[in-house]
Write a new protein. Structure first.
Length: 424
């Protein structure tokens, strides 16, 4: 299919391919059992999103560029790792240079963040009461109640191996050697960054990070950078991301531009084995009833997304601890849980985190729930989330009717049937 523009909101466009992609994603993610949105629903949602971006520009709503760059860096790193870290392969797979892909990722993330901020502003007064959940549930004909597939409650405790001092000292020594080579004229900073830096986004630019304001980078990095003279190169400095060697390129008031070479310490076999022994001891204490799994996860797990929830995975839609195995997008997790018995905890297992290398975890299969028709007792959180989405859609549609008067909107005749600009 030849792609084409199907809608325009000020300078922002919606492509036919965007509608198709969003529609297919909606079908694929329809795990809750509720009705899948139609193509017109998807088109209207995309139109509201573009209107929010256009209005954000008019209302001077901004997002933190440092957050955008950091998230884009993570996604680019994952894309690069998936194809073996070779930029030439990247061009073959995506048909774009690394710089083009980086720019597209940043633009997409920035738009997503702006939309999220505008949605929060528009729906900040949204509340859902138990009475509204009951009314929503009772409005669904009994023969149309969604059928939920088998669900499970699964938790994890993750530990990131502590890298030994010896390995860190070797990295610091390597960076000091780089500094010596630069100062002696043997290599340039940019050459070494392209060859050795483990920050792929900046490595392409010879380590150049661009301008940041105070408070936007890791405190240790910023303190070191601002203590340098223009052109000066630092000794190695450690942050949560690894070890950096920094060169200050320019300062403009509260903003500064640096380039760096980043090397991330990787744990040794001994470091990983030590972590496995720790988790194995913790597992013994949990099984003996000396500590609950939830308490152990909160106190010891390094995975912040689950540790604050007692180690348990939660459904991204409802936030409930019950989820289908399909929600676990990691195939290793899926097959491990599928082979476990309810109430058991695995022995420590190694796994690869695309962002942070080798980690160790153990899984707890707490409960299993058979397939069933939706009901208020078992599925209150899902029904509450569905009620919230319905109210949110109504608020966004109401906002759209007023906000559309502030922008230029042009819709392809092929989507006139959706009546996206009409009264809802």
């Amino acid at each position: 299919m030849i792609d084409r523009i199907v809608a325009k909101v000020n300078n922002y466009i919606i492509l036919e391919s965007e509608v198709q992609r969003a529609f297919l994603e909606a079908i694929a993610s329809n795990q809750s059992g509720f009705e899948t949105p139609s193509r017109c629903d998807i088109f209207e949602s995309l139109l509201i999103n573009k209107l929010m971006v256009a209005k954000a520009e008019l209302d001077s709503v901004e997002v933190n560029d440092a957050e955008v760059i950091f998230e884009a860096d993570q996604r680019f790193s994952m894309a690069l790792q998936q194809i073996g870290g070779d930029e030439n392969t990247l061009v073959e797979v995506y048909g774009k240079t690394a710089e083009q892909l980086k720019s597209e990722i940043q633009a997409s993330i920035k738009e997503q963040m702006i939309i999220s901020r505008m949605q929060r502003r528009i729906t900040e007064d949204l509340r859902v009461s138990p009475a509204e959940v009951r009314r929503f549930y009772n409005s669904i004909p009994r023969d149309s109640l969604p059928l939920f597939s088998k669900e499970v409650t699964v938790g994890q405790i993750v530990k990131e191996p502590i890298v030994s001092r010896d390995i860190k000292d070797k990295i610091a020594a390597q960076l000091m050697l780089f500094k010596e080579q630069i100062l002696n004229g043997e290599k340039t900073f940019a050459e070494l960054a392209r060859e050795y830096s483990e920050d792929p986004m900046s490595a392409i630019q010879g380590g150049d990070l661009g301008f940041f304001r105070r408070g936007e980078l890791a405190p240790e990095y910023e303190a070191t950078a601002l203590g340098l003279k223009q052109g000066e190169i630092s000794d190695p400095v450690e942050t949560m991301f690894g070890f950096h060697m920094i060169q200050l390129l320019e300062r403009r008031g509260n903003s500064f531009n640096t380039r760096h070479i980043l090397i991330r310490p990787q744990p040794s076999e001994a470091d990983i084995a030590r972590t496995e022994r720790f988790l194995d001891s913790l597992r013994t204490e949990i099984q003996a009833g000396k500590i609950s799994f939830a308490k152990a996860a909160k106190e010891h797990s390094d995975d912040r997304e689950t540790s604050d929830n007692g180690g348990f995975f939660s459904d991204p839609g409802s936030g409930a601890n019950r989820l289908t195995l399909r929600t676990l997008d990691d195939p290793v997790l899926y097959f491990t849980i599928d082979s476990m018995k309810v109430g058991t905890i695995t022995k420590p297992m190694r796994f690869e985190d695309p962002r942070a290398g080798t980690k160790v975890r153990m899984l707890y299969y707490k409960e299993s729930f058979p397939a069933h028709r939706a009901n208020l007792n078992d599925d209150y959180e899902k029904l509450k989330e569905a009620t919230r989405r319905k109210k949110q859609d109504e608020m966004l549609s109401k906002w759209f009717l007023t906000a559309k008067e502030d922008v230029f909107i042009d819709i392809d005749p092929a989507y006139d049937r959706c009546n996206a600009l009409g009264d809802k």
